[in-house]
Design a protein around this ligand. Structure first.
Ligand code: PBG
Length: 323
């Protein structure tokens, strides 16, 4: 039955009708807020390339997490800024490092909040790569040991979920095996399964001081041209025991998210990354866009593409606006 019997505009006529037939919505339950944590007291250092984001000392992270939780945001993901770095990234599994300290502080103040620990070496290595180097190459299997130690360290501190973001082969299986061997059967793995290499993470690397000192991450993060390979990465992580799959970045990968949603039944997470955030913030500061609406539409498009969960730096202000 063609026009004029089918009039698509009938169901768009009023706000109520539009609300009734709306297929996708974003709720605060979908959001995970990233937090950068460092040692010290009373620190809330603004991150210049990410307006509205801070490097928090542990006490301030606890205050921030409480505000987030009171706004209804169920989860945070922690990134550590250590005092010192070395070639082998031992800080990644230092029980007194900023991440384990923050996990303990947050879990004791807010036992019901879900605290996710990002597991990677790049914040802890002096060269900024996501693993242990052999010459100029990241050694996959040696790095697995570091990741296992880090995951155990965060689980011991009380992390609810560990999230490996390094892109080494076999890391999900390796981490699952060591978690289980230490009786952390119930700690889920949120795997950065399809993580693409590119310019998308620039502001984050400013924030974490994790820009590689030479070369780039293209020998471990994925080539942005490859959709089928992303599906293979995700299938492998499912086999290895991942509990939640992530696609990163989000906006540049809506096609990947959609395909992953159609193929896999695991919960799917998207990382609305630092550059996606900073571009909106910059244009907003210049008065060139309607920032609030752009944020709403950004998150909606990520949900519509198929994500169940969204890690986003916009979480707090979105929740404040949509109380
Ligand atoms: C650590 C990690 C990175 C991000 C999340 N975990 C940096 C990177 O891979 O270089 C980026 C997040 C963002 O850009 O917001 N490996």
């Amino acid at each position: 039955m063609a026009f004029p019997v089918q009039r698509m505009r009938r169901l768009r006529a009023t706000p109520t009708l539009r609300r009734m037939v709306r297929e996708t919505s974003v709720t605060v339950d979908d959001l995970i807020a990233p937090l950068f944590v460092q040692n010290g007291e009373g620190l809330r250092e603004p991150i210049l390339s990410m307006p509205g984001q801070f490097r928090f000392s542990i006490d301030q992270a606890r205050i921030e997490a409480r505000e987030l939780y009171e706004l209804g945001i169920p989860a945070v993901i922690l990134f550590g800024i250590p005092n010192s770095k070395d070639a082998s990234g031992v800080g990644a599994y230092d029980a007194d490092g900023p991440v384990p300290q923050a996990i303990r502080a947050l879990k004791s103040a807010l036992p019901e909040m879900c605290v996710i620990a990002d597991v990677c070496a790049c914040e802890y290595t002096s060269h900024g790569h996501c693993g242990i180097l052999h010459g100029e190459q990241v050694d996959n299997d040696q790095t697995l040991e570091l990741l296992q130690r880090a995951a155990i360290c965060y689980a011991q501190a009380g992390a609810d979920i560990v999230a490996p973001s390094d892109m080494m082969d076999g890391r999900v299986a390796a981490i699952r095996q060591s978690l289980d061997a230490s009786k952390y059967f119930d700690v889920p793995i949120l795997s950065y399964a399809a993580k693409f290499a590119g310019a998308f993470y620039g502001p984050f690397r400013d924030a974490a001081g994790s820009t590689p000192s030479f070369g780039d991450r293209r020998s471990y993060q994925m080539d942005a041209a490859n959709r089928r390979e992303a599906m293979r990465e995700m299938a492998l992580d499912v086999e290895e025991g991942a509990d939640i799959l992530m696609v990163k970045p989000a906006l540049f990968c809506l096609d990947i998210l959609r395909e992953a949603r159609d193929r896999f039944d695991l919960p799917l997470c998207a990382y609305n990354v630092s550059s996606e955030y900073s571009m909106i913030k910059a244009a907003g500061q210049l008065g060139w866009i309607d920032e609030a609406r752009l944020i709403d539409e950004t998150l909606l498009s990520i949900k519509r593409a198929g994500a169940d969960l969204i890690i986003t730096y916009h979480a707090k202000e979105w929740a404040q606006r949509n109380q």
